[in-house]
Design a protein around this ligand. Structure first.
Ligand SMILES: Cc1cc2nc3c(=O)[nH]c(=O)nc-3n(C[C@H](O)[C@H](O)[C@H](O)COP(=O)(O)OP(=O)(O)OC[C@H]3O[C@@H](n4cnc5c(N)ncnc54)[C@H](O)[C@@H]3O)c2cc1C
Length: 380
């Protein structure tokens, strides 16, 4: 079958590869001038530093099959992600661990003492509804105000009182000195960047790639099936309204030597307009560069012309999402995939796993002579 994949990010690339290996002819298009979607990396011509163009990307997973898959397409180098945060005129360890607690309170507590101390600080809120209530019930007011309040307001553009408690359930609090940002057993960085990895995935005689090519509705009729990794609401011309996203602005600047001493420095204070600074050379500790490339990261509401980064998924967006999902369910000849097609935040490993499963579902449907579903991974 001739198959069109809209989007040359991980979703489009992995599905195309699986289907091409099964004998289908795949055309992959992307509106951007490069493949790899938001994971795109490129070497900065002035400094030689490998830059994560759409923000820092660290590969981490517990899925041995996915780890094996990416290692077949690129050598991964050991990398341990460490983050610090600046609050007031102090720098603290992240995610919040025993060092952060001892630094913040000027104490020298052991794990059991710190756990009892934080328990005593936690506010007695029986059934926390908002992010703020959840944080207060979890760590108490001092830690909440220093590390969560300002950062969250900047990231989401709203008070933590308006955000659901579920967002905070994902943030770890450790009573040990473990400051490895991710807890997954497999973690690493692609030696020559994510874009070369995605190019390797797409390198198959059954796959044609066209970058700088925006999807036009009349293209669909030329193909037996379309996999859509563009925005779910974009497929329908946004006719019910736009699903809400946050977008990011990156302010690039250069420094000398090791400018900030770590890959990512968060800024917790509300009066500091950016959320974090990324120093890209730290993502390739095996390389040496005299100069440095850094990004100051600003978060704001996503307009029609901006790149959608983080789905908001508050009550209002969920209602609109429900309407789009009902319509998507009724579509034929198209399957909605990836972070934009399903309006979910997806890490790279989850994206690859879902893409492999989706390709498997398509091949199974072909074999059984049944129609391929429009929605394989339910957005709600
Ligand atoms: C700031 C940030 C940091 C992240 N950090 C990490 C991390 O550290 N670790 C991790 O595992 N994951 C991270 N992620 C998640 C990671 O970016 C995603 O898992 C991955 O990009 C999803 O791939 P995708 O193919 O589904 O989507 P995308 O990469 O967004 O690809 C979709 C592609 O479709 C194209 N497209 C859309 N509409 C059209 C159209 N109409 N016509 C043609 N082309 C179109 C777009 O140009 C885009 O290239 C991060 C995400 C963000 C936003």
């Amino acid at each position: 079958m001739d198959i069109l994949l809209v989007g040359a990010g991980l979703s489009g690339a992995v599905i195309a590869r699986e289907l091409a290996e099964a004998g289908h002819r795949c055309t992959v298009i992307d509106g951007r001038p490069h493949v790899a979607g938001n994971c795109h990396t490129e070497r900065d011509p002035a400094t030689g530093v490998m830059v994560h163009v759409y923000g820092p990307h660290i590969f981490h997973t517990a899925d041995a099959g996915v780890w094996d898959y990416v290692n077949r397409h690129m050598t991964f180098r050991p990398y341990r992600h460490q983050v610090r945060t600046t609050v007031g005129d102090r720098v603290y360890s992240m995610p919040i661990n025993l060092l952060t607690i001892n630094q913040f309170f000027g104490t020298a507590m052991r794990p059991d003492e710190a756990a009892a101390f934080i328990k005593a600080k936690a506010e007695p809120i029986a059934d926390p509804q908002s992010f703020e209530e959840q944080a207060l019930a979890f760590v108490g007011r001092e830690i909440y105000e220093a590390f969560f309040k300002g950062y969250t307001e900047k990231q989401w553009g709203t008070s933590p009182q308006n955000l659901p408690a579920s967002i905070l359930k994902r943030l770890p609090l450790r009573f040990s000195y473990d400051d490895n940002y991710f807890a997954h057993p497999f973690q690493g960085m692609p030696e020559r960047g994510y874009t070369e990895m995605v190019e390797s995935i797409l390198d198959h005689p059954g796959i044609d790639v066209h970058v700088s090519t925006v999807f036009q509705p009349e293209m669909a009729s030329r193909y037996g099936h379309v996999f859509w990794s563009g925005p779910l609401d974009g497929w329908f011309g946004y006719d019910l309204g736009r699903l809400g996203y946050r977008t990011l602005d990156f302010e690039r600047f250069e420094g000398q030597g090791d400018w900030q001493g770590c890959a990512v420095m968060n800024y917790g204070d509300a009066d500091m307009p950016f959320t974090r600074i990324t120093e890209h050379k730290h993502f390739a500790p095996w390389e040496e560069h005299g100069d440095s490339v850094l990004y100051r990261e600003f978060s704001r509401a996503c307009g029609a012309e901006d790149i959608p980064y983080y789905p908001i998924r508050l009550v209002e967006e969920k209602a609109l999402l429900g309407d789009y999902v009902s319509r998507a369910d009724g579509e034929e000849g198209v399957t909605f995939v990836g972070r934009l097609g399903t309006y979910r935040y997806l890490d790279m490993d989850v994206t690859i796993r879902e893409a492999l499963d989706t390709a498997g579902a398509f091949l199974a449907a072909q074999k059984a002579g049944t129609a391929m579903s429009a929605v394989v991974k339910a957005p709600l």
